[in-house]
Design a protein around this ligand. Structure first.
Ligand code: MG
Length: 460
């Protein structure tokens, strides 16, 4: 397990780097290296980086070997961590699908746009059309963007990827347990009845083909795998390969997918020009028992704003730019990729839209810290919790007795956790720290008020 206790102050100083070699690499990067390399470096600097975001569905914090899992093998994702950066405190924007995706693609809290629930095949709304997506933003610098996988931000024409800045789309319109479930290419249905057995493989092949076709131009590849969301499917090649049943087998195939992407980039000499991210949209769907992932050391899972629902395994790799073996133990968020990609591509942030994410470039390059260290937690648009630094405060909860689709959770009073020393949120420090709790409450509500007037939910 990578997670180690440490003094939180370290967060504000430097992210821990595991190897001397990495430190040297970082210094080399900052100082520019020897003169003989300058020409090549300058050439590389002129080239806009490619971005790849591999976004799994309902993958838990305890589902990868590099996060401590011993019953699944994830050598390719582990390689991303060992040759790149592993985030121990990376938050999704929501514990459910559609708002999480809205946050990732816009860099904004989904409550700002009323994406407070999940879209269904009966929905007639989607990500509001005045929102700017990462793909919209990157168009300005001539990027080609493709999405291969689960969209889940509205399936009517105006909400679909090609109308949201993407040049290519192949995949399913919503979660893989919703029906009818067609494959869509561009704006047209390509297959009305699909066999999910081959879904991970097919989306991987489409993604590899996209990389091949766009190798000479900057691209953004968004690969939102529908797995390991239930119902689980895996090809015969991966059946029975893990020690965690079908769920583990599915994770093995997702890891294979990552390996295919990396291999193609290596083959095309694109690894040094590509930032690759691997993450999850929310925590594991625990009520699905052995078809669910594991939250590992974290409390609860999907549908809840405990860290098991919100903190997601996230690694990123960029050969020659991110020092290998880096662990980032401070807060970061899925909201951050929008401003990070903008910074790396040299695109100013839109001045008429409030972006909630923060540029992670200093963290990736190991030159500084993320500007800002707080995060608001919402459930279906309702503010439930707040984290700043090592403290997380959670509002009282009336309890949920359980349903076939959602775990039971007992009622609780206000909760205050030191999530640095107690990542499992086991020890409530509220009663002995009332003053601190009061100030955190005030800060949380200040941050919430700063969002301004929020629209009603538009998920219908
Ligand atoms: Mg999900």
């Amino acid at each position: 397990m990578y997670y180690l206790k440490m003094n939180y102050l370290t967060c504000m100083e430097n992210t821990h780097i595991k190897t001397t070699q990495s430190t040297l690499l970082s210094i080399t990067l900052v100082l520019g290296g020897c003169a003989a390399d300058n020409k090549e470096k300058n050439k590389a600097a002129e080239r806009l980086p490619n971005f790849i975001h591999i976004f799994t569905d309902d993958l838990g914090y305890g589902d990868l070997a590099c996060y401590g899992a011993t019953d699944v093998k994830t050598p390719n994702i582990d390689r991303m961590a060992s040759e790149g950066i592993l985030f121990t405190d990376f938050y999704s924007v929501s514990s459910i699908s559609s708002p999480s995706r809205a946050g990732l693609l816009t860099g904004r809290y989904p409550v700002r746009m009323g994406v407070n629930g999940v879209y269904f095949p009966t929905s007639f709304t989607g990500l509001p059309t005045d929102e700017i997506t990462i793909a919209d933003m990157l168009q300005e610098k001539g990027y080609t963007s493709g999405v291969f996988g689960k969209w889940h931000l509205g399936h009517h024409y105006q909400f679909m990827p090609l109308q949201r800045g993407f040049d290519e789309y192949f995949g399913i319109p919503y979660s893989n347990d919703m029906h009818p479930l067609p494959y869509i290419r561009g704006n047209e249905v390509e297959e009305y009845s699909i066999d999910q057995t081959f879904m991970t493989r097919r989306l991987t092949e489409e993604s590899v083909d996209f990389i091949e076709r766009n190798q000479d131009n900057p691209f953004f590849l968004y690969l939102p795998h529908p797995m390991p969301h239930i119902p689980l499917y895996v090809t015969e090649e991966f059946e029975g390969t893990s020690e965690r049943g079908l769920y583990g087998d599915v994770v093995h195939e997702l890891d294979w997918s990552v390996g295919q992407i990396i291999s193609k980039l290596e083959e095309l000499n694109l690894l040094e020009h590509t930032l690759i991210i691997f993450s999850s949209d929310n925590g594991p769907w625990l009520v699905m028992e052995d078809h669910s992932g594991s939250a590992g050391i974290l409390r609860e899972g999907k549908f809840y704003t405990f860290d098991g629902g919100m903190k997601v395994p996230t690694v990123a790799m960029w050969k020659g730019t991110i020092p290998g073996g880096t662990e980032h133990r401070c807060l970061a968020s899925q909201l951050d990729w929008f401003p990070t990609f903008a910074a790396l591509a040299g695109i100013p942030l839109p001045d008429d839209v409030e972006i909630d994410g923060r540029d992670l470039t200093p963290v990736l390059l190991q030159t500084g810290q993320r500007n800002g260290d707080s995060h608001l937690f919402f459930d279906h648009g309702e503010l439930q919790a707040f984290r700043t630094g090592k403290w997380k405060i959670k509002k009282p909860f009336g309890g949920f007795e359980g349903a076939p689709w959602k775990h039971a959770v007992a009622a609780h009073d206000t909760l205050l956790f030191d999530v640095f020393d107690d990542p499992g949120e086991t020890t409530n420090l509220f009663y002995e720290n009332r003053e601190l709790a009061d100030s955190l409450f005030r800060l949380m509500h200040q941050k919430y008020e700063d969002l301004g007037e929020l629209p009603p939910s538009q998920v219908r």
